[in-house]
Design a binder for this molecule. Structure first.
Ligand code: FAD
Ligand code: FES
Ligand code: FES
Length: 1355
């Protein structure tokens, strides 16, 4: 309290001083800057940040207009809780709360913003609350922080601060939110680990009444259920205690600093001027002044939300020497309701517009607000909440980007723009003529958009808005449309028709012919077919359209019109008694119902530990992540949160822009002249080996003579700051000589016979050649924390410390040593934690570390490397695309004894070939795998290591068997499953499939599969444009490395004299909770409470030569090693314990010390000798198998390709549940349904950020997601009967793929098409729509101009 008062006092004095300086400064500078009269030249800004102890007055003396809040907080204020995930507004990791005093409403408003796009100079006078500001482990947690942690909603923790701040802001505005409020608040926050359900579980405790999922009832007559019933007493659904949360007390919330309120009230009306190193920004206060500025500097962009201009400047390097900020002009923010409707200021945020419209649709009659309802539908799924808080209506329209959604709907609503300049005001209609080209409007450069009139709809006007995107929410649309028809009162005759499309060309498109020729016609079936015919002619989508998907977009354009037609029919039916349009169309009403976004709900059940287990022993109990509180408060440190090392430099990679070329020359001379530039490093600077070796496959660190893909590292610039390094990297000029061949696809690689060695083969029975194919696209890891490292030379003996985000510290150490030509004993890697890994931080990070170490070695200074999201995606790559070819022969029509043979072509050989039998005993089966060599960046490990791909091929085959035999798919799966207790895989590894069969049976039973199937069939029979599908798959998944030597674990356990225990091990903490489990294991063996045990970091100096944390084996291996070390220590302490059983742990430890007994022990686990004899194609490939089964039900919209998963259930054998299982599943949902990498015809990865590459967001999680753990499942191989679970759930995402396929098949059957059809993964909206062939897809004829290059390749 005293500290707070003291700081307030200091602040007041300081603030008064600043005001004096400020006025003095203004006076002096105004003498110089004549043309900017009425401007305050500010070289500082004032805003308030809240840290956990007190509000921190930030006075930035050299506020740079280019500086955004995120970097300012992290690097200048030292608040590193707010994270960098993408830098472009697409992930929500940097969410903070901003509070401002609203002069007009005389109130303080709180809203979330994206710190990576918010220029600091626009925050003058605002209060910023970061995750550190609301609570801390040192003082008191905020209930939001406590609940997300306790509900297991924080795994790697990198998204957690953003989640916390979104929820905190919601509660700040609404202390008792609804579930819908929570859904809306978190819609713009991505999480790659948890699957969202646990986050929602924690937060829904703030709702007045929680929404739950009805418990499934089981027939007690079923033998399975009577068995389940006996277990019921041992089963729990409570993953965290609900009764011991801190209460939410809004009276304890941080208050808006009164000094800022005074400052805002006293605002002088002058403009603010900020002068940066390269960019100046003026923020006028008066409209007249803005117009003057615009007249004098017409080319200076006007910004408000900065959500369009910001990404261009920050990510694409677009440079504007002067920027005008219009966010302070009250006329631009005015909202007025008049007789004819709403007039909204151009600088109003989309949230403001949404709020206004939401209010009016509730209060005003439906007839008048049809247009607003349509607008609302668009606004609700446009971007995330934070972006809507920043983005403005004017910015959305005038950015003139056809994938922005507002223009099409506003144009259809006949909106008018009021445009103003020094010469006066004019009103122009918002229609297609407003847009001159992509990013260009017909506004004169000096003109400013003042406001937009959005009129009420008239009684006989019908309006609709449509959009289809890669993801239902928080994604740019492929196509958006606004449609309005005016009907002559009391008739069905069209008076006027407006249709606008965004996304069929570079500008907004109005199909004029269609709109004209349908006037005066009756709204009936003839009009529908004529309309579709006209649209076919009128809407021309070029095959090379930006973003591709030309045929799909055209199909959507016609399908949207069909939807509109149906909607108007429905609405008119209520007004006109008798319409000629009736007839058969009522069957088609399913076309209209939009999918409702719901908050995911679900049940999780797990088996309780035995009552005999001591309460202090946490093994097998659901336990909070060891660092969850630190993660939720922003205290947890990731590599880039470490403070700057003195003299630290920054490195930025220079990468190849050619796919296959000889390097003629690398010229860094221009870059070296740039400010802050220190040096350029390339192959010649590597003192040791310029090479990374992985299982005898060499890869250059720096390309020396030839590049073999776009994105290959050629060199790196080293500069004093990140920004300087980024800018300098662009000035390094590389001259190439293109080489042949160049190809990118697997098919091309097969044609060129371009393969890596060795090829792999496993077979059983008698098989021949392959025919059919299944293609599966690659996947980006999209861990929330991008890859990076800090290399710190120690200054003696060539020692170097690396603080690195790696899953394989030993490999990084080894590679750095090799690159520097220094022994490994002088290189130390420290890994505190990773913000997600998923296999992506095993190998490539080692190369990046070696490059950074080379730079540190050359400069003798610490060097930090932190990849930007786009570079991370380009350089480090992800899961490989995959082509499976197979031929299938059935012996028996019933499929009881299928005799099928399969030949696969794989990009990664081992895992798919070994996993391809899944849980099925296929008598004759052959798998051949080859790794194709193309001119794309080489792929790397990703959760499942090719297993999900191999399994996918087998499931596709079984799906086809079912179709061919006319049998239910689950039956074909059932009859082909391994059943004998002693079964053998196709590579002759023995295993017992009992648990898999139990999982399968219980999964079908719990899901009420047969009832659901019947309901699906019933639904499909009465809905033409919506179809449902259901699918279930079993799974057998091998755990451990098939390279036997990787199956080892090591640990070091130290006991200190005070009784505390330090556990160090070779694994790395990346959210999987390896430290939490290591502590539990140590606690059980040593019999000391977990509170006395700690794990600090992974360090190669403590535990050498550790295996990677991967293959779902990290915890198994490390856990055994910790157990081994602890048992050794206990053996040493045992005599003392027996001698003095009454003593305490601390006394025994002390006694041991005085008896010169070592209190430090290493532990080691030598895993099984797994290996495969590839000559014979047999062997013990895995340590053990883990099993499971999953069932999902989906609904598709046959007209748009949208889908919704409304039920998923999986059953797995595991001792206790964590959100990791659901996280893996949701990653699989992304893999099989929405995540799509796109490469240009020149081999350039185009999906390089969350704006282009969509991972599942909250809206993609099944509305009901149930996870049940198999009771009494034993696993003698792994530590304390646990089961590796990191990887297997990914494959369960395929149930959604197959359910979608079943739904498409239902649509096709109804249309008289074959139900056997190819569908490659992921099952995106485009593929779903185009597979549901109908009259509209036929109209969207394929591109005719063969000369035009396609937008992207199917690699
Ligand atoms: C992650 C992300 C997701 C998004 N998702 C969607 C989406 O799903 N759908 C969608 O429609 N949009 C989406 N957007 C785009 C967003 O809606 C627009 O960027 C935003 O509306 C632009 O407003 P702004 O104030 O931020 O513009 P700024 O970046 O500040 O300015 C944009 C442009 O508008 C001009 N301008 C702005 N106001 C005026 C004015 N009053 N007079 C004259 N010129 C003016 C500026 O000169 C500039 O050229 C997304 C953006 C991001 C970053
Ligand atoms: S880092 Fe700001 S939204 Fe991703
Ligand atoms: S916990 Fe959400 S990204 Fe890791």
């Amino acid at each position: 309290m005293l500290t707070k008062r003291f700081f307030n006092y200091i602040y007041e004095v300081f603030f008064s001083f600043l005001l004096v300086v400020h006025w003095l400064f203004k006076f002096i500078t105004s003498l110089f800057y004549k043309f900017f009269d009425r401007i305050i030249i500010l070289s500082f800004i004032v805003f308030v940040c809240f840290s956990s102890l007190f509000s921190l007055q930030v006075v930035e003396k050299n506020a740079d207009p280019e500086e955004v809040l995120l970097s300012f907080l992290r690097r200048k204020v030292g608040l590193t809780g707010t994270k960098y995930g993408c830098g472009g507004g697409g992930c929500g990791a940097c969410t903070v709360m901003v509070s401002t005093y609203d002069r007009n409403q005389r109130t303080v408003v709180h809203y979330t913003v994206i710190a990576c796009l918010q220029p600091i100079v626009t925050l003058h006078g605002a209060a910023v609350v970061t995750v550190e500001g609301i609570g801390s482990t040192k003082t008191k947690l905020h209930p939001v922080q406590e609940r997300i942690a306790k509900a297991h909603g924080s795994q790697c923790g990198f998204c957690t601060p953003g989640m916390v701040m979104s929820m905190y802001t919601l509660l700040r505005n609404k202390p008792q939110p609804t579930m819908e409020d929570i859904r809306e608040a978190l819609g713009g926050n991505l999480c790659r680990c948890t699957g969202y359900r646990p986050i929602i579980d924690g937060f829904k405790t703030f709702c007045e009444s929680e929404v739950g999922v009805e418990q499934t009832c089981y027939s007690p007559d079923s033998p399975l259920n009577s068995y389940l019933h006996t277990l019921i007493t041992q089963i729990s659904q409570e993953l965290f205690p609900m009764d011991c949360f801190l209460p939410l007390d809004p009276s304890q919330d941080l208050i808006f600093p009164p000094e800022l309120m005074i400052m805002e009230k006293k605002v002088s009306g002058d403009a603010l001027y900020f002068q940066g190193e390269r960019v100046n920004l003026v923020a006028p206060f008066k409209l007249s002044h803005l117009l003057e500025l615009k007249a004098e500097h017409p080319s200076a962009p006007l910004i408000v939300g900065n959500t369009t201009i910001g990404p261009k400047m920050l990510l694409k390097g677009v440079y504007h020497p002067l920027v005008i900020y219009a966010g302070r002009i009250s006329e631009l923010k005015a909202v007025t309701w008049g007789e004819t409707g709403l007039t909204v200021g151009a600088a109003c945020s989309l949230s403001t517009l949404q709020k206004e419209v939401e209010k009016v649709v509730v209060e005003t009659e439906e007839e008048k607000t049809r247009g607003y309802r349509a607008l609302l539908q668009t606004l609700r799924c446009l971007a995330g909440k934070q972006i809507r808080n920043m983005a403005t209506v004017g910015g959305n329209i005038l950015s003139a980007n056809p994938k922005y959604d507002l223009s099409s709907v506003l144009a259809a609503l006949d909106c008018t723009l009021h445009v103003i300049s020094k010469d006066g005001m004019r009103s122009i209609p918002l229609d297609e003529k407003l847009f001159a080209d992509f990013g260009k409007t017909v506004l004169r450069p000096e003109e400013v958009l003042l406001s937009i009139d959005i009129p009420y709809t008239k009684p006989w006007e019908f309006v609709a808005a449509y959009r289809q995107a890669q993801r239902r929410e928080f994604a740019f649309s492929f196509l958006n449309a606004g449609m309005k028809v005016a009907i002559k009162e009391g008739t069905d005759v069209v008076e006027s028709l407006s249709i606008y499309y965004g996304g069929v060309g570079p500008t907004l498109v109005k199909p004029k012919l269609t709109c004209q020729q349908l006037v005066s016609r009756s709204w009936g079936e003839d009009l529908l077919s004529e309309g579709c015919r006209l649209l076919k002619e009128d809407v021309d989508v070029s095959p090379s359209i930006h973003g591709g998907r030309a045929e799909f977009r055209k199909t959507l354009a016609i399908s949207f019109f069909f939807k509109f037609y149906m909607q108007v029919v429905l609405e008119m039916r209520e007004r006109v008694g008798k319409l000629r349009i009736m007839s058969t169309l009522w069957d088609y009403l399913s076309a209209l119902k939009p999918f409702k976004n719901e908050v995911p709900q679900g049940q999780q059940s797990f088996q309780l530990v035995s009552e005999a287990q001591p309460s202090a022993d946490l093994v097998g109990r659901p336990s909070m992540h060891q660092s969850a509180f630190q993660q939720a408060t922003g205290e947890a440190k990731y590599y880039d949160d470490l403070p700057l090392v003195q003299g630290e430099l920054f490195i930025f990679m220079v990468t190849s822009t050619r796919a296959h070329a000889k390097i003629i020359n690398i010229d860094p001379s221009e870059a070296l002249k740039m400010p802050g530039m220190v040096t350029f490093v390339s192959a010649g600077d590597v003192p040791g080996a310029n090479c990374r070796l992985w299982f005898n496959n060499p890869e250059e660190l720096f390309a020396e003579e030839e590049v073999v893909c776009v994105g290959q590292i050629i060199g790196a610039v080293v500069a004093e700051s990140r920004e300087q390094a980024r800018r300098a990297a662009k000035e390094v000029h590389v001259t190439y000589h293109d080489l042949q061949p160049v190809f990118f696809t697997i098919e091309d690689a097969i044609r060129h016979e371009s393969y890596f060695e060795p090829k792999r083969k496993v077979e059983r029975g008698d098989v021949d050649e392959a025919l059919k194919t299944i293609y599966m696209g690659g996947q980006e890891h999209f861990y929330m924390e991008t890859q990076g490292v800090i290399a710190v030379p120690k200054g003696e003996h060539e020692e170097m410390d690396l603080f690195v985000a790696t899953q394989h510290a030993a490999f990084t150490q080894e590679l750095v040593g090799m690159a520097l030509g220094v022994d490994s004993n002088k290189i130390t890697c420290h890994v505190k934690r990773l913000g997600g890994g998923f296999g992506g931080k095993v190998m490539k990070i080692a190369s990046l570390s070696a490059i950074t170490a080379v730079a540190a070695h050359k400069t003798g200074r610490a060097v930090r490397c932190c990849l930007e999201r786009g570079d991370d995606m380009l350089i480090t790559s992800g899961r490989h695309p995959f082509l499976g070819k197979y031929k299938l022969r059935l012996c028996d029509k019933k499929g009881l004894n299928c005799n099928l043979y399969i030949i696969f072509n794989f990009a990664i050989t081992l895992s798919p070939v070994l996993h391809m039998d899944n849980g099925y005993k296929i008598p004759n089966l052959r798998g051949r795998g080859v790794v194709c060599k193309t001119y794309l960046p080489s792929y790397t490990a990703f959760r499942g290591f090719g297993g999900p791909q191999g399994l996918m091929v087998m499931e596709s085959v079984l799906h086809e068997v079912a179709v061919r035999c006319g049998l239910p798919a689950e039956k074909v799966r059932d009859i082909n499953m391994y059943r004998e207790e002693q079964s053998y895989t196709h590579h002759k590894q023995p295993f017992n499939p009992t648990d898999m069969v139990r999982c399968w049976d219980e999964c079908l039973e719990r899901a009420n599969y047969q009832d659901r199937l019947r309901a699906v069939q019933l639904f499909n029979s009465s809905n033409r444009w919506k179809k449902r599908g259901i699918s279930a798959v079993p799974q057998k998944f091998g755990v451990g490395f098939s390279k036997g030597f990787c199956n080892q674990g090591a640990a070091l356990v130290n006991i200190y004299k005070d009784g505390s225990v330090l556990v160090t091990h070779g694994g790395t903490e990346m959210g999987q909770g390896i430290n939490t489990k290591a502590i539990q294991i140590a606690s059980r063996v040593l019999k000391v409470p977990v509170s006395s045990i700690f794990t600090k970091e992974t360090c190669t100096g403590n535990v050498p030569n550790a295996a990677p944390s991967a293959a779902s084996f990290g915890t198994d291996a490390v856990g055994m090693a910790v157990k081994d070390a602890c048992e050794k220590l206990m053996r040493r302490l045992q005599p003392l314990m027996e001698k003095n059983p009454q003593n305490t742990w601390k006394q025994w430890v002390n006694e041991a010390f005085f008896q010169k007994t070592s209190l430090s022990a290493t532990g080691f686990f030598m895993g099984p000798p797994t290996d495969v004899d590839w000559e014979k194609g047999e062997g013990q490939a895995y340590y053990y198998f883990t099993f499971g089964a999953c069932c999902s039900e989906v609904e598709i919209d046959c007209l748009t390709g949208d889908h919704k998963v409304f039920f998923s259930l999986f059953k797995i054998p595991k001792k206790h549940i964590t959100s990791k299982v659901e996280g893996g599943f949701v990653q699989g949902v992304g893999l099989y349904t929405i995540e799509e990498l796109q490469f240009s015809p020149d081999g350039v990865l185009m999906t390089r950020g969350p704006s282009q590459y969509k991972v599942p967001a909250l809206c993609d999680v099944p509305a009901e997601l149930n996870v049940h753990l198999l009771a009494n499942a034993e696993n003698p191989h792994a530590i304390y009967l646990s089961k590796g679970i990191g990887e297997p759930p990914v494959f369960f995402g395929s149930t959604i793929f197959f359910a979608i396929k079943a739904a498409i098949a239902a649509a096709r059957t109804e249309r008289g098409l074959g139900d056997a059809f190819p569908l490659s993964s992921p099952a995106t909206a485009e593929k779903i729509r185009m597979a549901c062939q109908d009259e509209f897809t036929k109209m969207a004829s394929p591109p005719t101009d063969g000369a035009m290059a396609p937008w992207c390749l199917d690699v």
